[in-house]
Design a protein around this ligand. Structure first.
Ligand code: NDP
Length: 516
């Protein structure tokens, strides 16, 4: 066993050369795994690159047929995946099945059906260079490195793996140090399908292993994690000019308008705030409730939250599971203490323990000075703030450096559209919560400090590709075009006339058909 790792960010008892996986709900040590050395990471990336060359030349339809085998194998092993996710992450089995396994299967199914069209070359009609024909090709980048968090240890990294492979890339994943077993289970299932072994690999380790992956010569990086880590990863990518997607933190506001369906809004707040113990980047992290509905909504949410069953998902069917590691409980407690000091009230929950749990907690009378309304909580806390109008709610909702998801509850579709247009977020969901991540054909990602780039949908597939513009001739050209050498007074004169004819105000070309 190695020494304790140096530097900040230590989450559990941690060694330099091993990773320990614990069950958060029971504290049981599940496994101790060797950390991949930098040299090993380089070898894995080199093998992936070799496998990628053979994979990329397969027609996209053939790649999809092979990936369909992976979908079948994942479906066959759904229960094994649910078991390991629930145990290693401490989340209810329902959530492991629905949020992770089902969304991944659906995403992969959608990709198998739609990737051939999404990745097909696009013809461009050129408006000026009519004698040329252009197409934009979507070509694989090479080896994609995926660095992923612990809160959705299957669907987040594997979603990028299947996008990368569909587009003709190889993929190497560095999972979170606290949830390595889920990715190793996924890799075992992948290997059972006969897909090229080196095309998808997993390197186990800590933050420095993620850095080693970037240094190993990857061609694209998909990072999902905290804003601060994202800055470091983006800087490392920038140093090597490796393009990247950044999926970072969120602080999703929920606007409960005076005309909302109270019962649906209350149930949505409870599910959206406490699913996965609130450890979701698109959790309901702050509620702005109109004064006309504030009290009844708060009361109903408190009643529903108090009825949630919390416990070890490996032993019982519970609604709310554990918190991933002790440091996260300290963060949650600090937010609650800060809010109470500044005048908030606990109307439900409020306490940590026993063990690695934090009670589903509802806070009333919050205001914009409290960290619970400003910073990502990543725990089972739903803070309520009273507002007097939609405009006030909008200003407060947008007063955040983060912009991942936002939620609006109203019975009026015009009001919903008006608010959706003005909310600063990558996704706005009306009268529902969290479901946009399951809409696998829609792009998912953030704005502001929540990141850039998109996963899911056509955009997610195309982000895994270079755009290559290929320009063909439509008619055989002359020996030389009129704007090539030699530059003479005569050719300049004719070019000038041509520019006036095409672009000049009132020119014939503009009058004929607004061509330019
Ligand atoms: P972290 O940022 O701590 O870690 C994410 C990954 O980065 C882990 O694999 C981590 O390894 C690795 N890492 C840490 N340091 C470095 C480094 N210097 N270079 C390369 N890789 C490094 O995030 P968490 O795992 O704690 O996840 C929670 C965060 O993720 C929240 O902020 C949440 O909002 C965000 N998130 C965003 C989502 C989105 O789609 N926008 C979705 C889900 C979560 P290790 O675990 O070994 O430290």
């Amino acid at each position: 066993m190695g020494q304790l790792a140096e530097g900040g960010g230590s989450r559990l008892e941690r060694t330099v050369d091993t990773v320990r996986s614990y069950a958060p709900a029971s504290g049981e040590l599940l496994a101790e795994l060797a950390v991949a050395s930098d040299e090993e990471v380089r070898r894995v990336v080199a093998r992936a690159r070799k496998a990628q060359r053979a994979w990329a030349v397969l027609p996209v339809g053939e790649r999809m047929a092979r990936l369909a085998r992976l979908r079948d194998a994942l479906a066959e092993h759904a229960e094994d995946l649910v078991e390991v996710i629930s145990r290693e992450c401490g989340k209810p089995r329902h959530e492991a099945l629905v949020h992770e396994v089902t969304t991944l299967l659906d995403h992969l199914g959608w990709i198998c059906k739609h990737a051939p069209a999404a990745l097909a070359p696009e013809r461009l009609d050129l408006h000026l260079l009519k004698h040329r024909a252009s197409e934009v090709r979507h070509e694989p980048r090479g080896v994609v490195g995926v660095i992923s968090p612990w809160n959705f240890p299957l669907v987040i990294p594997m979603g990028s793996v299947v996008e990368a492979l569909a587009a003709g890339n190889a993929c190497v994943v560095k999972p979170s140090e606290v949830t390595p077993l889920v990715m190793l289970e996924a890799k075992k299932i992948y290997d059972s399908t006969g897909l090229p072994e080196d095309l998808f690999a997993v390197v186990v380790g800590h933050g420095p292993t993620g850095q080693a992956l970037i240094d190993a010569g990857i061609d694209f990086c998909v990072f999902t994690g905290a804003v601060e880590t994202g800055r470091r990863v983006a800087a490392a990518c920038g140093q090597r000019l490796v393009p990247c997607t950044m999926e970072l933190g969120g602080k999703a506001p929920l606007l409960a308008c005076e005309d909302c369906d109270l019962e649906r809004a209350a149930n949505a707040i409870v599910w959206g705030g406490f699913a996965n113990s609130g450890q979701v980047c698109i959790s309901v992290e702050r509620v702005y409730a109109h004064e006309a509905v504030y009290q009844p909504l708060l009361d109903r949410v408190a009643t529903l939250a108090a009825g949630l069953r919390q416990g070890d998902p490996a032993r019982d069917f519970v609604d709310v599971g554990a918190i991933i590691f002790p440091k996260q409980i300290d963060i949650v407690r600090r937010h609650v203490d800060d809010a109470l000091r500044k005048g908030a009230r606990v109307v439900c929950g409020g306490k940590a323990g026993p063990g690695q749990f934090f009670q589903p907690t509802v806070l009333a009378d919050c205001d914009a000075t409290m960290t619970v309304m400003r910073e990502e909580i990543f725990g089972p806390i739903v803070p309520f703030m009273k507002v007097r109008s939609d405009d006030e709610a909008l200003v407060l909702a947008n007063d955040s450096p983060l912009g991942l998801n936002a939620y609006v509850f109203t019975r009026s579709s015009s009001r919903a559209r008006h608010l959706a247009e003005r909310l600063e977020a990558g996704s706005v969901v009306v009268n529902d919560v969290l479901s946009n991540y399951a809409a696998v054909e829609a792009p998912f990602g953030g704005i502001k400090q929540s990141g850039f780039g998109r996963v899911h949908g056509v955009e997610g597939l195309r982000d895994m590709c270079h755009r290559k513009h290929v320009s063909f001739e439509r008619v055989r050209g002359p020996a030389r075009d009129p704007y090539w050498f030699p530059y003479t007074a005569r050719s300049f004169h004719w070019l000038q006339r041509g520019v006036r004819l095409v672009f000049g105000a009132g020119s014939l070309a503009r009058r004929i058909g607004e061509l330019f």
